[in-house]
Write a protein that binds this ligand. Structure first.
Ligand code: DAH
Length: 340
């Protein structure tokens, strides 16, 4: 038996030399030390030896087993290290090679302007709310003091989905949704897409964007409206910008105004951009009509408010001197690259 053990150990050592990977190593280990392995077989046969020989023989088998296990462990480590150093050699990277020039994306001009408008109004404590693009007639018109057959409906060419459901023509619908949920004090802006059945040309698009603003509290007056819009115009078009209010009409405000900013290109002297007038219209606004407050269960004897609606596309083309609104929707990279 001693001979046999010696033979197994030597043969295994010899085979270990030529093993080249973990798979072979594992197979060899099973063959010798596994449950049905050669060495295990010998161990099992010990019970057939005379009792006085068993301890000695047991020791020999266990010694052989220990030596073999050590040899397998050593080989395992060696293979691992070889593999690692091979990997390190192969996967070396040259950190001196110049990097690839990745093209960076940029923000769309409308997004740039939208973000700066949000910055301005949120710095004054306005919250930013969202409201649906698909609206009911109630939110888009009726609750805004524009009942059926009201002549003001003709001011906006509406895309109707059913007789009662439509694509919102104005973000003003968000005023009603806000006042239904929150009671005064309210200070909110609502920015989003609006839709009108207009033909596309340099100044019209069936989809465009509005910024709606609403403030409702005790003692809100037209002075508050003037103050905030004047500050906005100076923030957006430059410190020297002046504003003027012209009387106008919207069903949901009383009184209503249209607001002009002095032309940022000529400073008010008159140029091609302002068509020689020195002024550019930037928004509509007014004091919230009592009926609108009532429709939202807000007592108009206790609270007053102002609202405004700014054309986001309009102030964007003015700020950047874009001469055709279609450019804002065509996603032409040559155009968009100029803003970053
Ligand atoms: N909704 C109006 C429009 O689309 C713009 C507007 C005017 C909004 C006056 C207002 C406002 O909130 O007070 O023409």
């Amino acid at each position: 038996m001693e001979e046999k053990l010696k033979e197994i150990v030597e043969r295994t050592f010899c085979k270990l030399e030529s093993v080249i990977d973990n798979k072979e190593l594992a197979a060899l280990k099973v063959e010798i030390l596994g449950k049905n392995g050669e060495l295990t077989g010998i161990l099992r046969n010990l019970k057939d030896l005379p009792a006085d020989k068993r301890p000695m023989a047991g020791k020999l088998v266990n010694d052989a087993r220990t030596r073999l296990e050590e040899a397998f462990d050593k080989k395992f480590k060696k293979l691992y290290e070889e593999e690692l150093s091979k990997k390190l050699d192969e996967e070396k990277i040259d950190i001196t090679i110049e990097g690839k020039d990745r093209k960076k994306g940029g923000l769309h001009p409308l997004t740039i302007v939208k973000n700066s408008v949000i910055d301005f109004f949120s710095s004054l404590g306005f919250m930013v709310v969202d409201s649906p693009e698909i609206e009911t007639d109630y939110y888009n018109f009726k609750a805004l003091n524009t009942p059926d057959n009201h002549p003001a409906r003709d001011m906006q060419d509406t895309f109707y989905i059913t007789s009662n459901i439509l694509l919102r023509t104005q973000t003003s619908a968000g005023q009603i949704r806000t006042m239904e949920k929150i009671k005064p004090p309210i200070k909110m802006i609502n920015i989003g897409r609006v839709f009108r059945a207009d033909d596309v040309d340099a100044t019209h698009s069936p989809v465009f964007h509005q910024i709606e603003g609403l403030v409702v509290d005790n003692h809100i007056t037209m002075c508050d409206l003037k103050g905030i819009l004047d500050r906005f115009a100076r923030f957006f078009f430059g410190e020297n910008t002046k504003t003027r209010f012209r009387p106008s009409y919207f069903p949901f405000t009383e009184p209503s105004v249209e607001v002009d900013a002095s032309c940022p290109y000529c400073g008010g002297k008159g140029c091609r951009v302002c068509k020689g007038t020195g002024w550019i219209e930037i928004l509509g606004a007014g004091m919230v009509n009592r009926n609108v407050l009532k429709n939202c269960d807000i007592n108009p004897d206790e609270y007053t408010g102002f609202a405004f609606g700014i054309g986001l596309d309009r102030i964007t083309v003015i700020r950047y001197g874009i001469n055709d609104m279609r450019l804002e929707f065509e996603n032409d990279l040559r155009f968009l690259k100029q803003f970053n």
